[in-house]
Design a binder for this molecule. Structure first.
Ligand code: ADP
Ligand code: MG
Length: 702
């Protein structure tokens, strides 16, 4: 936006003034000219057509009519008082009625004059009628004016605003005035060659057509242009950050692959790596040889083998004289990584330690010392790792598990643990769609593991309705007889904790009746239990003292029990897709065929049905995330909430994927040719970028 004009406070717009400006700010957060311009209509009402009275049906949305006023009179008393008028064209007559503003309207209506009428048709006593129509005296000029015979913008407003005549119509007038007075000052911010290449409408035209389109085609072109612009500048910023980072931060060079890696690879790794795993290792290998700090996101479903890849990358770092760490969001997860890695590397191979909030002071001191003298090579922990007291001799490679749970500040702290920042590998087990990743993590390089290790049996997912419960019990008994263990999960939704707990208790009772002692034993775990009790119950299940674990979603993360091969999800329709997928990921970890049974009532919403069908149809987290994005929109996808990146006003990451890819590619090509945006034709971008990102400091974006 042109700075002078569009940062102008809204009270300076003619017709606004201090009082209305106040209401605009409070009610719609319209502070500046720009805010008003970007308060886009939520729809357009089609006034391109003139109806004949004969053709008016009560079920038509809005109609516009040219008709002559034949008669008007005020009827009724007090509460029933109303103004009734009769209009006529060459096809019939229609009644108009007002219940409010009667005197004012009555004065304005002149018998035998022709009016342009606009309103929602209804009927009264079987005759066509229109209540509170908009009326304007007809003249050929009036008909051509803005709003008549066009697509008329409808703006969201509030009761409060209406008191200040800022209903949809009032906002329309303000916007029209703004565009009329300042349209020339809306400057282009994309180079001409881009406008030409992508056949984009000019910026000033786009803003005008967003509000007052010449026709539907122009409206669509305006939307298209502003969507492109929005996505383009996000990508420009992300990729610029990436460039800046590359220029500003050197990276440790891992010259060679040495003893640790090779020994592990040849003598310890108990399986063949999947092609995806090999590909990702290669990507990381390349990243860490270039002398530039790596920032890579590794996405892959639960069980796809991310941890092994992380470990092997860490071994290369260690081979080159560096220390490494893994940071996990919870103690359970940290512990699990610790166990996994210990068992993968075996005894006496390399020094590994765990650091969490519960690490004892004494152990902690030993640990600090070993970190500082470089003896400790792999540290695994929670955010206890980022405390200032934790100092490494030479930290070279950091793995962060579950990106979105850590804030930017926390990440930055890890960076500062060495003079040259360590390479960073962020792992997430919640696959997100490509376009979302490109926007949320657009300044990172992205690796994907999209296959599961060979030989693993895909989890079979079934959807049962309530009347198939007996069948489910039968199935459970059959699996328990084979020596398997079973999870039964109940929803836990904050707003109705009480209800959920009751569900869980009722469910447990039913289970206890169906699976009585002494043949069967049941563990119960829910969020309201003391940690100690929770742990005790978990341990009983882990040790196979119980066969059934009844739980709320507290088990969602961090449980790894290969013998548990059946996941039953009660009220499955109440879970979101990604949560269902996460829960399902708790099984399928052993050699046995695993199952996931989704129990639901017969009453399913449309979305609920799609969610359950999707789960039955596919095990692929990426496919599931795409569907989740379509169903819920980007703002509701796990991990996106805190991200300002998604404050998109025009574009929609769920529907505008193609456009995003175009914008991204376009920016990539620009930076490839002109990283400083110094070429004359890119000057315009340099300016726009500076204006948009004024005040942006490196600290905020690292
Ligand atoms: P993730 O971290 O992606 O959830 P893990 O790295 O924990 O997955 O791997 C899940 C399980 O699969 C572990 O038991 C691991 O040892 C095993 N695994 C990993 N890669 C392979 C492979 N290529 N072949 C067979 N098993 C594998
Ligand atoms: Mg894992």
């Amino acid at each position: 936006m042109n700075k002078q004009i569009f940062q102008t406070p809204i009270e300076y717009l003619r017709g606004v003034g201090v009082t209305r400006a106040d209401v605009l700010k409070k009610e719609l957060e319209i502070f500046t000219f720009e805010d008003l311009l970007r308060h886009f209509p939520y729809k357009h009402i089609d006034r391109t057509k003139l109806y004949k009275i004969r053709d008016i049906q009560p079920d038509l949305p809005y109609v516009q009519v040219l008709a002559r006023l034949k008669h008007k009179e005020i009827l009724g008393e007090k509460h029933t008082k109303r103004l009734v008028a009769q209009v006529q064209d060459d096809t019939g007559t229609m009644e108009l009625v007002w219940f409010q503003g009667i005197r004012w309207v009555e004065k304005y209506l002149v018998t035998d004059k022709v009016y342009i009428l606009f309103g929602k048709p209804g009927s009264f006593n079987g005759k066509p009628q229109m209540a509170h129509p908009e009326m304007e005296l007809y003249s050929p000029a009036a008909l051509k004016q803005k709003g008549n015979l066009t697509l008329q913008p409808a703006y969201s407003s509030t009761e409060k605003l209406k008191q200040f005549s800022l209903d949809s119509k009032g906002l329309q007038k303000l916007t029209a005035a703004l565009l009329e007075q300042h349209n020339k000052e809306i400057h282009e911010n994309l180079p001409i060659y881009i406008l030409q290449q992508f056949k984009l409408m000019g910026r000033a035209d786009a803003y005008r057509n967003m509000h007052f389109p010449d026709d539907a085609v122009m409206l669509n072109e305006a939307i298209h242009r502003l969507k492109f612009e929005e996505l383009f500048f996000i990508q420009l910023k992300l990729l610029k950050n990436k460039l800046l980072r590359i220029q500003k931060f050197k990276g440790h060079v891992f010259e060679s692959v040495g003893h640790y890696f090779n020994d592990f690879y040849h003598n310890k790794l108990p399986f063949e790596l999947t092609n995806s795993q090999k590909k990702v290792l290669k990507e990381i290998r390349q990243d860490t040889q270039r002398g530039v700090q790596m920032n890579r996101l590794l996405q892959g479903d639960v069980g796809s083998g991310k941890t092994v890849v992380a470990l092997m990358s860490m071994l290369i770092a260690i081979d080159n004289g560096f220390q490494t760490c893994i940071m996990a969001p919870t103690e359970i997860l940290a512990n699990q990584h610790y166990q996994t890695i210990k068992s993968l590397v075996g005894d006496g191979f390399i020094e590994v330690a765990l650091l969490t909030g519960s690490t004892k002071k004494k152990d902690r001191n030993v640990l600090h010392e070993k970190l500082e003298n470089g003896q400790l090579k792999i540290l695994i922990g929670t955010h206890a790792l980022i405390e200032d007291k934790v100092q490494f001799q030479n930290l070279g490679f950091v793995v962060i598990d579950e990106q979105h749970r850590f804030g930017v500040e926390q990440r930055a702290k890890l960076w500062r643990k060495n003079t040259i920042p360590p390479h960073i590998l962020v792992m997430t087990a919640t696959p997100i769609p490509r376009t979302l990743a490109m926007t949320l993590y657009g300044d990172l390089d992205i690796s994907v593991i999209n296959e599961l290790p060979a030989g693993r049996k895909p989890i079979q997912t079934l959807h049962f309705y309530e009347n198939q419960r007996l069948r489910m019990f039968g199935f459970m008994k059959q699996e328990i007889a084979k020596g398997r263990q079973i999870y039964v999960v109940y929803p836990l939704i904050q707003e109705s904790e009480k209800l959920d707990l009751k569900n869980l208790q009722d469910g447990t009772e039913i289970m206890a009746r169906e699976f009585p002692l002494p043949d069967y034993r049941i563990s119960i775990v829910h969020g309201k239990m003391a940690a100690k009790d929770k742990d005790f119950e978990m341990q009983r299940f882990v040790k196979h003292e119980t066969q059934i674990m009844v739980a709320t979603t507290v088990i969602e993360v961090g449980v790894n029990i290969p013998n548990a091969s059946v996941m039953i999800i009660e009220n499955a329709e109440r879970f979101g897709l990604s949560q269902l997928h996460q829960l399902r990921g708790r099984v399928g970890r052993g050699a046995e065929q695993s199952y996931c049974i989704l129990m639901s009532s017969h009453k399913l919403s449309y979305d609920g049905k799609i969610r359950l069908d999707t789960m039955v149809k596919t095990n692929n987290g990426f496919e599931i995330s795409e569907i989740d994005l379509q169903l819920r929109g980007p703002g509701n996808i796990e991990g996106t909430q805190q991200s300002g990146v998604l404050d998109l006003k025009v574009a929609d990451l769920a529907t505008d994927q193609q456009l995003l890819l175009q914008a991204r590619k376009c920016v990539e090509e620009i930076f490839a040719k002109d990283p400083e945006l110094a070429h004359p034709e890119n000057q315009i971008l340099q300016l726009a970028f500076q204006a948009k990102n004024a005040g942006l400091s490196w600290d905020k974006i690292s």
